[in-house]
Design a protein around this ligand. Structure first.
Ligand code: ADP
Ligand code: ASP
Ligand code: MG
Length: 419
């Protein structure tokens, strides 16, 4: 039987009863004849609790020490999960990232996996023992513990599946798969049987935290069959796959939203070559990532320049821009931390026009003003006031009929011919 990597998220290992349930599932899969490697997250809430402890002591604690601290969350659950599996008569052994030797770069808090040493895991498998590996953590080339960024256990699982050439990487979580939007916000959201890597990548990068973006990148790059399923309810979940227009190709596959947005506007900046670089240069030097950028048409040689960024970076970016305001020649700098981004994603947009118009009409009917717009081949994003988030997502979900299985008339031309 194939090797399967199974990853269990924070809510799936939230307490001993849930860990026992996970151990039952793991043992059932083992008894069905599968070779297994298990990856677990910290108990839900634990990573936040540890972050809070560090921040109690220093507003910007050392990133190296924070990684040592955060990695303890997963160390607890690997041991408990291994104990619970062994109690059921199947051999198991816990491994921290460093014990496996999941080698990363040294970027604490957002490290990237560079290599995985398979030896320990292969030896455990050969000894009929289930390895239980700590997600979210690795070790750099000087032996320091690193972490992979929030939600990073997904990436650990996919990277292990790629390294071990597993038949499938299964991400077990607290929902039954990938839905048309977050089912916690829209109860009518529908589970997707399949979604393409490309769409999943957009959804993840636009705020759907069901999978960490790097996990999807890895799975696409190394061709790892990836499935999202529920720990608590049996079912096929959602398969992330290469594009297959004959199966399910709606114009819009899903709606993502991001609450962590902020917007900064510089009013009355000179309309001259180089202004955008003068504004964004000092911001990027502080390692602050800018997302959407809009510059309006100049009047009287002056224009307004707006960009969006992560809400956590807004105060620092405002400080930087205030310090550079005179040099930039801006009238004033205005920050707004009460905005959100809503995005429609679907590979079908490539072959269909009119999606933006329908989106804008829907939002207008709800009385929702659009502050900024960005598009790519397979997505349209709008920034709106925070207070409109739920109404906006619900109205769009309804307008694009995402609660219902895709109909024939939703298929793009190429698929319609095949269907
Ligand atoms: P885990 O702890 O198992 O890693 P996460 O909280 O990271 O779980 O991810 C699962 C959550 O993702 C769900 O509880 C759901 O609220 C959220 N989510 C956001 N968008 C979607 C979506 N399109 N489909 C499914 N879940 C989504
Ligand atoms: N425990 C980490 C977090 O909460 C990693 C994960 O759950 O994937 O972000
Ligand atoms: Mg997660």
């Amino acid at each position: 039987m194939a090797l399967i990597v199974q990853k269990y998220g924070g809510t799936s290992v939230a307490d001993c009863a849930r860990i026992e349930h996970v151990a039952d599932k793991v043992c059932a899969a083992r008894r069905a004849g599968h070779d297994l490697v298990i990856v677990v997250s910290a108990m839900s809430g634990e990573t936040d609790r540890l972050l809070g402890l560090g921040k109690n002591l220093a507003p910007r604690p050392s990133l190296r020490e924070m990684d040592v601290l955060l990695a303890t969350g997963e160390q607890v659950t690997i041991a408990l999960t291994a104990i619970a599996i062994e109690q059921r008569g199947i051999k198991a052994r816990s491994f921290t990232g460093a014990q496996v030797k999941i080698l990363t770069d040294g970027a604490h808090g957002k490290a990237r996996i560079e290599a995985i040493d398979e030896e320990q895991l292969r030896a455990a498998l050969a000894a009929n023992c289930i390895p239980v590996v700590a997600g979210f953590q690795g070790v750099d080339d000087v032996g320091d513990i690193t972490t992979l960024g929030r939600g990073g256990s997904d990436t650990t699982a996919v990277a292990l599946a790629a390294a071990l050439k597993a038949g499938e990487c299964q991400i077990y979580t607290d929902v039954e798969g990938v839905y048309t939007t977050d089912p916690r916000m829209v109860p009518e959201a529908r589970r997707l049987e399949r979604i393409t890597f490309e769409e999943m990548l957009e959804l993840a990068s636009l705020g759907s935290k069901v999978l960490q973006i790097r996990a999807v990148e890895f799975a696409g790059k190394y061709n790892v069959p990836l499935r999202v399923l529920s720990t608590f309810k049996e079912g096929a979940g959602t398969l992330i796959t290469y594009e297959d227009t004959a199966v399910e190709a709606p114009i819009v596959s899903g709606i993502a939203f991001n609450r962590d947005e902020a917007e900064i506007t510089l009013l009355g900046v000179p309309d001259e070559p180089g202004t955008a670089a003068h504004i964004l240069g000092p911001v990027s030097e502080a390692n602050i990532v800018v997302d959407m950028i809009v510059q309006n048409v100049a009047r009287g040689g002056r224009l307004d320049f707006t960009f969006t960024l992560h809400r956590n970076d807004c105060a620092q970016a405002m400080e930087i821009l205030e310090a550079h305001r005179a040099r930039i020649g801006a009238g004033s700098v205005v920050g707004n931390e009460r905005v959100v981004k809503i995005s429609l994603v679907g590979v079908g947009m490539r072959s269909h026009s009119g999606v933006a118009t329908r989106m804008f009409q829907t939002l207008a009917r709800e009385g929702i003003g659009i502050r900024l717009v960005a598009t790519s081949e397979i997505k349209i994003s709008v920034v709106v006031d925070e207070k409109h988030l739920e109404a906006g997502v619900r109205a769009l979900h309804e307008a694009f009929k995402l609660h219902a299985a895709p109909q024939q008339d939703c298929l793009p031309q190429t698929a319609r011919k095949q269907a």
